[in-house]
Design a protein around this ligand. Sequence first.
Ligand code: ZN
Length: 450
Amino acid sequence: MTPKRILIQNGCVLTLDKSVGNFHKADLLIQGTKIAAVGPSLWAANTDAELIDASDMIVMPGFVDTHRHVWEGILRNIGTYISLDGDAGYLSTILNTLAPVFRPEDAYVGDLVGLYGAIDAGITTILDWSHIQATREHSDAVIKALQESGMRAVFAYGYPWWKEPDEHQEDWIRDIAKQCFSTKDQLLTFALATPGPEISSFEVSKAQWELARELDARITVHVGVGTAGRQGKLGQMGRAGLLKNDTTYIHCTTLSDEEIKMIVDTGGTVSISSASEMIMGYGMPPIQRFLNLGLRPSFSVDAETNMPNDMFTQMRSVNSLQHAMIFDRKLAGKRNLPPFMNSREVIECATIEGARANGLLHKTGTLTPGKEADLILLRTDRPNILPVNDPIGAVVWGMDTSNVDSVFVAGKALKRNGKLLNVDLDNLSKIAYESRDYVMTKSGHKLPEL
Ligand SMILES: [Zn+2]
């Protein structure tokens, strides 16, 4: 049987692949799960394909989020006023009060609302930093949600932060890796989300990283966070030869110059959650420190307890902050300043660099023929964006989630004509409120007052 063919016609196609180029007007052919061709006038040779008119659309790779605690979906905006530390901070409220009462079904529902929200916002790949794994059943519940969503995702198995790992934790991890991730040729891949040496000890971190490498799983770790990040713990791991190109380092806000250089020199990837870093007090997002060494970071939402769920916010906050910091130096009379990030670089961080950090650049991140068909259609006929004078500038600075018309993952439509497909929103709402109410009652935590 010939795989299903879809021809997306007459769109402004941003492949973001320099060898393919970008087009003001072109077609893109999906065949089965993959991109078969990109270029002008593909219709004549593909008259059997299902047609999608993209004449009022920008066609581009789906956004990639490299770090989100998706289980927190039912806790959306619950802590927009809180910082990381302190009595009523993120660690004490979200991770030490609310997380411990999450049943597997609460993790499932939290993930489900988070994932559908991400798809709705044009994100096609997400790394689920899932540090809610209190039992073996929690993993099954989260994996079920990831599979149901239809997204491309990295299930980054995370140790619970509110207690010591269970005596069976390592057995569960091995079991899951074997049962659910024996192949990498599927939408869902596996990584190990480790607390890292600032939260646990050098020895514990070392053992966890060795386990990840034994299982051929990428590592993702929070480092350089607040005052804990200033203790040189990552440097210690680096001097022991433990930093490799299979690791994504999140935040890195208070690392030393030596530690930043260690990450770059060992081929690591970086995830910046600029909005949460700024609002919760992690330290200054280290955008320029990595750019100076030739490393472009990926972007991540981090926590929907505080942050909006889209990559438009991330792109704009990083671009604004990078410019503000350079202008600040200029105003202070400094010379030989670094170049400003432009929209092209920023959109690549939200797509290509995300795919790289998630270990999936060979499959996604650009609209390159042969890659998986993970792409989005963004409406250009809306009053918030017309007339489009610079398509890349329009995506980075002018658009928002209301422009996301269609979302495809591996050639399958998950959103069309501005509507999510295959989702019972009434039921999603019902189970989200039920689960949220259970977690609040059980934990005794009160929702913010008006
Ligand atoms: Zn995080």
